[in-house]
Design a protein around this ligand. Structure first.
Ligand code: NAD
Length: 482
């Protein structure tokens, strides 16, 4: 895999290679700020070449028997399994996620997702409808053709496969534009698709700037569907462009998710889950439980347990298996996180742990896990997505206040509830305005289950059976029978 070397190509058609202008950009190791790789930077011409290669590959792919496509996708999954450790290390190096998460969480999710969709290929069916008179009416699910995918840097492996797997399983080819800040694993996945024997051009991977390659991809007339994961701001632009072209878009965007802990729940269990739900991946997770609402009777105990847990967190080299907190993705991200911490203190929240008086002195982009209490719903740290290791804890009294606070957000990606009262848990789950709700847990995922946001967290799901609808066109065929 060339993605494992210091010179990283574009993957277009059958030949990984340079961009049309020879332009490159640097990939930086966030653990120490050093140069990690020189990456080919895609231009609009490269996007056009990739769309052409994808359209040709889609035709080859669609002519294959479904069982043959299934076998090829399982072969691709097996190859990813074989390269799991290299891929996990590459990801941790490129974007700072602790290796225990890359290897223990991301790579298994990625491979299971591909396997789920490999199995789905042979199960895509149309319908017959109760047609009037002497007619037969049936529907067929046809591939869209070329899917344009744009992904963020926080889950490079998972996000790439969450686009590639459903697109391919439904008979399409894909052109993927990964985030510039973490392109190495997506490029490796493109190279491995070729090595697995998938038709050349079926998976094209084009690292580059969003405003250039990303924009060109969404605008290209050969792209029939866009699937985007990233910030709400860019998602709105992409949704607007797709609407203008009358193509479908699925948008998985930001969040400010609330985990609600009722007084009857175990403070220990709450603190343990919140630590993972908030600080894994340094808080750079769209479903981070960044607002913790705790009922008064257990408020002090939960905070004390959390404070102890946060202060004992092992911050360090992402490739060390003991590390729990690695660096943030970039110096800009660290500065942005720090500005939120400053605003929290200025607006009157209590800084219990973390913050960093001099974040710029470290050559790596580390930021200590941070805990604010006495947060009120109007503060910026309670309203905006920080995308860093900053938890805001708000007290509440009673179910009514809890639901008001939990739903007091423009986002609707995820929410959770901790209680031993089953009725309350289910009642609450119905009232929470979020696409993913977890009861007495957080962050559980399965490719068979849809994953989508409400409100400013976007629309459309790339997972589960919903993906079949999202990545195909349903055609209605009428036959006169006499
Ligand atoms: P981002 O929106 O800045 O970038 C996402 C992708 O869009 C990148 O590949 C980028 O290059 C591209 N892009 C930027 N400008 C573009 C343009 N004008 N046209 C086309 N493409 C463009 O997001 P990010 O900083 O990479 O990721 C963090 C964000 O992603 C957070 O808001 C996070 O919540 C969100 N996210 C959401 C989910 C989810 O499933 N809901 C998952 C992961 C991340």
């Amino acid at each position: 895999m060339q993605a494992l070397t210091t010179s990283v190509p574009l993957v277009i058609g059958d030949q990984p290679g340079p961009s049309s202008t020879g332009a490159t950009f640097d990939s930086i190791d966030p653990a120490d700020g050093s140069h990690l790789a020189t990456v080919a930077e895609a231009t609009a011409d490269d996007v056009a070449r990739a769309v052409e290669a994808a359209a040709a590959a889609a035709r080859v792919w669609q002519r294959m028997r479904p069982a043959q496509r299934t076998r090829l996708l399982f072969g691709y999954a097996a190859l990813l399994e074989e390269h799991k450790v290299e891929l996990a290390e590459l990801q941790s190096r490129d974007m700072g996620k602790p290796i225990r998460e890359s290897l223990g969480v991301d790579l298994p999710i990625m491979i299971e997702t591909l396997e789920y969709f490999a199995g789905l290929v042979t199960k895509i069916e149309g319908r017959t409808t109760p047609a009037p008179g002497r007619f037969l009416n049936y529907t067929v699910r046809e591939p869209i053709g070329v899917v344009g995918a744009i992904t963020p840097w926080n889950f490079p492996a998972v996000q790439a496969i969450w686009k590639i797997a459903p697109a391919l399983a439904t008979g399409n080819a894909i052109v993927l534009k990964p985030a510039q800040l973490a392109p190495l694993v997506p490029v490796a996945l493109g190279e491995l698709a070729l090595a697995a024997g998938l038709p050349p051009g079926l998976v094209n991977v084009l690292p580059g700037r969003g405003s250039v390659a990303g924009n060109a991809l969404v605008r290209h007339p050969g792209v029939g569907k866009v699937t985007f994961t990233g910030s709400t701001e860019i998602g709105k632009q992409i949704g607007g462009l797709a609407a203008d072209r009358l193509i479908t878009a699925s948008l998985e965007l930001g969040g400010k998710s609330a985990l609600v802990a009722f007084g009857d729940s175990s403070p220990k269990a709450v603190a343990a889950v919140v630590f993972q739900a908030m600080y894994s991946n340094q808080g750079q997770t769209c479903t981070a439980a960044s607002r913790l609402l705790v009922e008064r009777p257990i408020y002090d105990e939960v905070i004390e347990l959390l404070r102890a847990r946060v202060e004992s967190a092992r911050v360090g080299d992402p490739l060390d298996r003991e590390t729990e907190i690695g660096p943030l993705i970039s110096a800009e991200q660290r500065a942005s996180v720090h500005s939120y911490v400053v605003s929290g203190a200025e607006q009157g929240a209590t800084l219990v742990s973390g913050g960093d008086p001099a974040p710029d002195t470290d050559p790596g982009f580390y930021y200590r896990p941070t805990l604010f209490t006495d947060v009120t719903a109007d503060m910026r740290i309670a309203r905006e997505e920080i995308f860093g290791p900053v938890l805001s804890v708000l007290p509440f009294e009673g179910e009514e206040q809890a639901i008001t606070l939990a739903n007091d957000t423009v986002f609707g990606l995820a929410a959770g509830i901790f209680t031993r009262d089953v009725g309350r848990a289910l009642r609450f789950a119905q009232t929470l305005d979020a696409g993913n709700v977890w009861i007495n847990s957080w962050g559980v995922l399965n490719p068979a289950s849809p994953y989508r946001g409400f409100g400013q967290s976007g629309y459309g799901s790339d997972l589960g059976q919903a993906a079949v609808e999202s990545f195909t066109k349903e055609k209605s065929v009428w036959a006169r029978l006499d």
